[in-house]
Design a protein around this ligand. Sequence first.
Ligand code: ADP
Ligand code: MG
Length: 727
Amino acid sequence: MRSKLLSIASSRSSISLDSKHFKVSSIFATYVFDLPKMKNYVAQNAFQTYAKCVKEKQKIDSDTAAHIAHGMKTWAMEHGVKSYTHWFQPLTGATAEKHDSFFELNEDGLAIENFSASSLIQQEPDASSFPNGGIRQTFEARGYTAWDISSPAFIMVSENHATLCIPTIFISYTGETLDFKAPLLKSINALENAVLPVAQLFDKNITEIYPTLGWEQEYFLVDEALYYSRVDLLQTGRTLFGVAPAKGQQLEDHYFGSIPERVLDFMTDLECEAHMLGIPLRTRHNEVAPNQFECAPMFEAVNIAVDHNQLLMDLMHKVAKKHKFKVLLHEKPFKGVNGSGKHNNWSLSTNTGKNLLAPGKTPKNNLLFLTTIVNVVAAVAQYSDLIRVAIASAGNDHRLGASEAPPAIISVFLGKAISNIFDEIANTELENDDQIISDSIRLSIHNSIPEIMLDNTDRNRTSPFAFTGNKFEIRAVGSSANCSFVMSVMNTIVAKQFSSFYHQVNDLIKSGIKKEIAILQTIKELIKTSEFIRFEGDNYSKEWEEEAARRGLSNRKNTPDALDFLIEPRNIDAFVSQKVYTEKEIHARYEILNHQYTLTIQIEARILGDIAVNSVIPSALKYLNVLLDNITKSKALFDDVSLYQGQMELAKTISTHINDIKFNVDEMIESRKKCNSETHIPKQTKMYYELVFPYLERIRYHIDKLELLTDNSLWPMAKYRELMFIK
Ligand code: ADP
Ligand code: MG
């Protein structure tokens, strides 16, 4: 069976690469209703109102919406679009759509194409089918989606369909958010409100601040035909058993190696489709593990970057199909080789074109840079536990701390140059009016800039939160995650920190201290109080774990424990004070995240149990029978037992593993029943972690032993050595 699969696997798909005749600039954003297109399709007044509303974050009136809807429909129909959907990001982690047609019958019964303002602004999907953490009781099943005017509409094109997609937020009828996007937008607002007054202490021309995100998406590719032979991959996104191939990643020959042609075809196709949707992909390369790759775009405003990452993940599956691949976005699809992450590069931009985390050319600008970086470090020092929550998932548990990704301990890496500046400021005596000292610090910051630039190469790839010259890189995010949650957390905690900074500085100024000294004094205090979060060494080392414990940094290695951070009063307060979540919404999310963990382990346990009992054991038994048959015949013919001693031992070992699988599966089922009778969701999650999860590894151990012992031709599924190498 497997040889047949392998032959299907090696037959190449036909690849249409018409796109190679185009310049990227000529196809970029073809399917996006961006401002230049809107200008062409919408009346000037309506267009101007729209642009103003986006800039000032105002609501759009229905008259303007009607004009835009009409223009959007005309443009979309020129691309063959017949239906539209509100495109949203429910808490499942995937994106969701509910298609409606432009077609309708008018009062005279005539068929027309129509797209009204209200259809653009709002749709009503059934909220009961999405995770809501108890917010939506069954008597109020409705939820609604509302147009996010800050993210442009786009057309999803497939072979036979073209659908107009309108990015939206998803809320319950009682007003609570049920998605990732709404809190993200709120956090972006909170951040701007908090950082702006501080930035204006330095530069009155700064009137807008927005966070930026550049993600790096890691993924695996496997051959489609082989993928379908692995029920575990199909149902859970990861392999639940399988022996690492003799040649894995130990030769380190895959990272940045030449990209296999078939993969390159896929990547080129993906880039072309992504570019047409306005996703600015720029980078592609091999990753550490065999068949592991990465792509990254140019950074964008966080809201757009998140939408683009969600869209890209969908697109990857679609394009992979054409190339007879399957994309694996799971954090750990294969045991024994590196898993996949999604680095989130985060920074702050202004309307004046400044990156607040990029050191500037003048001492004045550098003080703004220093203020920003110090406040970000202070925010992480205070709320590192929230970052831990934001990266927690059943999939990511397999990766964090496994010497391939940062551990569950959150710390900040700054690099030598910035660390020196921090230390110097912390150790300088600052007196009011001491202009000389203030000047000397300014000078020292200024002189260190060339060093910071050089420091760009001083990367610590083991740190979960690293300054990389002009942005922070959050390195522990899982590959399948929606970036929104971790971005919302970043924006919220930095907003909270900046607003307290502003008040502190203002109080000092009011007490008669000069502005610059007040800023430096506050910075100095923050550097001192946040020192414990800074770590420049090897985050993968045992010593760091011990040192972190001495510093009192938390180290919750599994998701169920990490999630409890979310409902600690000080963390709830951070979200509530910044108006990102209400307390009710946090509790709902806490419940959803717990439940998602339980469901993941429950599904994995069921699939593994099934495969073990109805695929693995029968295959092993077939081979055992061959052995037993041969032993019986040998006994009859040979006097010398030693001639079939090896077979007897093999048969015994196989029998033992079969027994162990059978009894462990039985026990696992009993454990599951016990967990399922617990109705308190977070308690049930912890039970699943303690009572069910360990069986996955225990059962796997015996299956992997059998894989090595059983006749290769009888093994029921593709092995790692086939799955992990693309021919
Ligand atoms: P690597 O971490 O692999 O060395 P790069 O230096 O190529 O990565 O950059 C990685 C990502 O950082 C890219 O997606 C890029 O868009 C993003 N990035 C660069 N500048 C910023 C910024 N100011 N804000 C957010 N992301 C940024
Ligand atoms: Mg990176």
